[in-house]
Design a protein around this ligand. Structure first.
Ligand SMILES: C[S@@+](CC[C@H](N)C(=O)[O-])C[C@H]1O[C@@H](n2cnc3c(N)ncnc32)[C@H](O)[C@@H]1O
Ligand SMILES: Nc1nc2[nH]cc(C(=O)O)c2c(=O)[nH]1
Ligand code: SF4
Ligand SMILES: [Mg+2]
Length: 217
């Protein structure tokens, strides 16, 4: 059984695929926060900008099989169009994403991208793996397509991740988690700090949350 909070067709707003049309499949639940505000301060990840509790979001639900969930996702792609791209996120998608679901996406012509906190092993077959480390949580994934670090995090400075082999390195300015769109004051400050870090350490590039600027999902 797969539990999905919401699913929607939009543009990837972050990282190397920024601007690319994609269906987002947001899985319920995370291993680093309950998702309840009362637990935020004590959580390993305490700045999450996302509601991932339950299955009650747009196009959310419970899916008994990989085939059913993959068909549900395919229904959001424009008819007859190729370049199919699904972004599995959450919550923490690696609590649920498995090889049968990846195979079911591939069978429908999708490239499969994943946004993960990196604390759980990844199943085989993922086409684009984005690891975004959180606080003091140990990262177990050693290789990824992009390392996209929310910045600044006192417990997770960029230097801590020099052992991870990544094709791209991004800093993503931390937004105020309670402001779910636009550019809040906290984000403007953090964007300045991230820009300065990138310019001092040019291995890193800036990633902005384009969807929040555009006001889309
Ligand atoms: C909600 S998370 C879900 C996927 C996975 N659990 C993870 O943390 O990567 C999706 C993306 O949003 C980023 N994110 C979450 N809260 C944020 C915030 N307050 N500011 C900027 N990015 C944030 C995460 O780092 C991750 O790249
Ligand atoms: N447009 C858009 N791009 C995104 N990139 C990563 C997101 C996420 O929440 O994982 C996200 C999201 O929620 N919306
Ligand atoms: S940002 Fe990712 S790891 Fe952190 S609480 Fe949200 S879903 Fe979990
Ligand atoms: Mg998001």
């Amino acid at each position: 059984m797969y539990r999905v909070k919401e699913a929607f067709y939009t543009l990837q707003g972050e990282g190397a695929h920024q601007g690319r049309p994609a269906v987002f499949c947001r899985f319920s639940k995370c291993n680093l926060w309950t998702g309840r505000e009362k637990d935020r301060a004590g959580a390993v990840c305490n700045f999450c900008d996302t509601d991932f509790i339950g299955v009650d979001g747009q196009n959310g639900g419970k899916f008994a099989t990989a085939e059913e969930l993959a068909d549900h996702i395919l229904a959001f792609w424009p008819p007859e169009q190729d370049n199919r791209f699904v972004v599995c996120t959450g919550g923490e998608p690696l609590l649920q994403l498995d090889e049968p679901l990846i195979e079911a996406f591939h069978a429908r012509g999708f490239e499969v991208a994943v946004e993960t906190n990196g604390t759980l092993p990844a199943p085989a077959g993922i086409d684009w793996l984005c690891v975004s480390p959180k606080g003091r949580a140990e990262v177990v994934i050693t290789e990824c397509d992009e390392l996209k670090l929310v910045y600044p995090q006192p417990e997770a400075p960029p230097e801590r991740f020099s052992d991870i082999r990544a094709g791209r390195h991004y800093l993503s300015p931390m937004a105020n988690p309670l402001v779910r769109e636009g550019n809040d004051e906290q984000k403007r400050r953090n964007t300045q700090l991230a820009m300065e870090y990138c310019m001092r350490h040019p291995k890193w590039r800036l990633s902005v949350q384009l969807h929040k600027i555009l006001g889309i999902d």
